[in-house]
Write a protein that binds this ligand. Structure first.
Ligand code: PLP
Length: 482
């Protein structure tokens, strides 16, 4: 039953809504604003009016459903119109200087590719290219031939397939090999990788049934075998998922790929190994934990191994599926394979990246590996050079021992020693600045610079900064701090 006070609240809401709607700036008023006019100057009137009108309409809709009144003020609407117009008029995905020390920074687009890779991708994009034509015979040729040949040489696999990303690879492989049947997975590997990728959900979407075995911390080969014995006909595959972004320590036991592959071979079932990062070379020589390599997985007998192109491989975004010829052929024939296939620019980029490994030049040519391999003294020398240049302009800065991380869901807990340029709060305070304020100014500049705040310091880690970007980084610092 409505009370008098409920009615008064309703009346108040209605009055508030009417006031907010009345307070909305008109499209004409906004278009006449000098800053908005500057941004719309080069645009046909129709598109400018549509962009401004869309923002006003979205605000009106939000007021009507009781959205935040603070977002409906004339000033807030004007700011959003300006932001929307900037998206129309200036590229948002321009180069950023990554001074975070996170090598595979997901929010910054993961792996920057090598120059040869970027050039191969641009050339394939700008021109015609024999994607599905065999130039020798004039017949139709396989679009995967080059990448598959390279992966075969580098990992020992028989065949390979490239798709858009590893999430697509996982979905496709499960759909092709296990739809309508069970896939056995260790309980501790039913993980969420991030960005909405959760193994149980991917499994459901691909039509496979998750059969969890073992306990969160310990799973043995006999657990898989027992589940298989319970429903031999209903089981399609054994799955292993690399716990890319977390680590279970203590009283643990993990079944190895070799043990799973052995069980699979004995029982006529494929073993699927989702490696995640997909390192082609060992990370241990750089002071990191050993990350299982693609070659290890192939050698240990996994029927198919899946990994990303833009994590430790250091190439363009892709999902790679390597393994036994007949199984790869079966996966390639599935209708989903067509929906998620890699495009010509991606394939050209993958081939260029893989060729660096073929020629043993990955540590010099591939940015991700160059950054991982950079020794601390060299990084310290770079940080100190920046420090000296700032000191020359009368700006006090320190060089601090810090840790870089690989990131991108690779090697959790593993860090690399580094030396970062450190802008400390007390030094900045003398210039009326704060670490947060300088970090924001660096992000907002051109080129944008992204650093890392720890405690009361802004750290700029040279490990992830391209040496050729250092003059631009220094110029930004001088502009902000001088
Ligand atoms: C990162 C990751 C994925 C998802 O790969 P994308 O290339 O980001 O789609 C899947 N599985 C594992 C184990 C991963 O680490």
């Amino acid at each position: 039953m409505a009370t008098a006070s409920d009615e008064r609240d309703d009346d108040d809401d209605l009055t508030g809504t009417r006031a907010a709607l009345r307070g909305l700036p008109g499209v004409g008023t906004l278009l006449a604003d000098p800053e908005i006019r500057a941004l719309t100057a080069g645009l046909p009137r129709e598109y400018a009016t549509r962009a401004v009108g869309a923002e006003v309409a979205a605000t009106r809709a939000s007021i009507l459903v009781g959205g935040d009144p603070g977002a409906a003020t004339a000033g807030a609407v004007r700011e959003r119109v300006l932001a929307r117009l900037r998206l129309l008029t200036a590229p948002r995905l321009r180069p950023v200087i990554n001074a975070t020390g996170v090598v595979l920074h997901t929010n910054l687009g993961r792996a920057p590719v090598s120059r040869a890779t970027a050039e191969a991708m641009a050339a394939a994009s700008r021109h015609y290219t024999p994607l599905e034509l065999d130039l020798a015979t004039g017949e139709r040729g396989g679009r995967m031939a080059e990448v598959a040949a390279l992966l075969a040489a580098l990992t020992g696999c028989e065949a390979a397939l490239a798709v858009n990303n590893n999430a697509a690879a996982t979905t496709l492989v499960l759909a092709a090999l296990a739809a309508g049947r069970g896939v056995i997975l260790a309980r501790g590997e039913a993980v969420e990788i991030g960005g909405g990728f959760r193994v149980p959900d991917v499994m459901r979407e691909s039509g496979a049934a998750l059969v969890e075995v073992g306990t969160t911390n310990r799973t043995y080969a006999r657990d898989y075998e027992a589940a298989l014995d319970r429903d031999p006909a209903g089981t399609a595959a054994l799955l292993k998922v690399h716990s890319s972004n977390f680590r279970i320590v203590g009283f643990t036991h993990e079944t190895t790929v070799a043990e799973l592959a052995d069980l699979g071979h004995r029982r006529g079932l494929p073993t699927i190994n989702d490696l995640g990062s997909g390192a082609l070379r060992d990370t241990a020589p750089f002071g990191l934990a050993h990350e299982p390599t693609v070659g290890d997985s192939v050698r240990d007998g996994a029927t198919v191994t899946l990994f990303s192109g833009d994590k430790l491989l250091g190439g363009p975004q892709a999902g790679l599926i390597v393994g036994e010829r007949q199984t790869i052929a079966r996966i390639a024939r599935h209708p989903l394979a067509r929906a998620v296939r890699a495009d010509k620019s991606c394939l050209a980029g993958l081939a260029a990246t893989l060729r660096h490994y073929l020629h043993g030049e990955e540590l010099t040519a591939i940015p991700v590996w160059r950054m991982i391999a950079a020794p601390e003294p060299a990084l310290r020398a770079r940080a100190e050079a920046l420090q000296r240049q700032l000191a020359g302009a009368g700006i006090a800065a320190g060089v601090a021992a810090a840790r870089s991380t690989v990131g991108g869901g690779s090697l959790p807990e593993e860090t690399l020693p580094t030396a970062a340029l450190a802008l400390a709060a007390p030094d900045l305070a003398r210039r009326g600045r704060t670490p947060d304020g300088v970090a924001a100014a660096l992000r907002a500049g051109d080129p944008p610079v992204v650093g890392r705040i720890t405690g009361d310091r802004l750290l700029l880690d040279p490990r992830t900064v391209f040496p050729e970007d250092e003059p631009a980084l220094l110029a930004r610092l001088l502009a902000i701090l001088a």
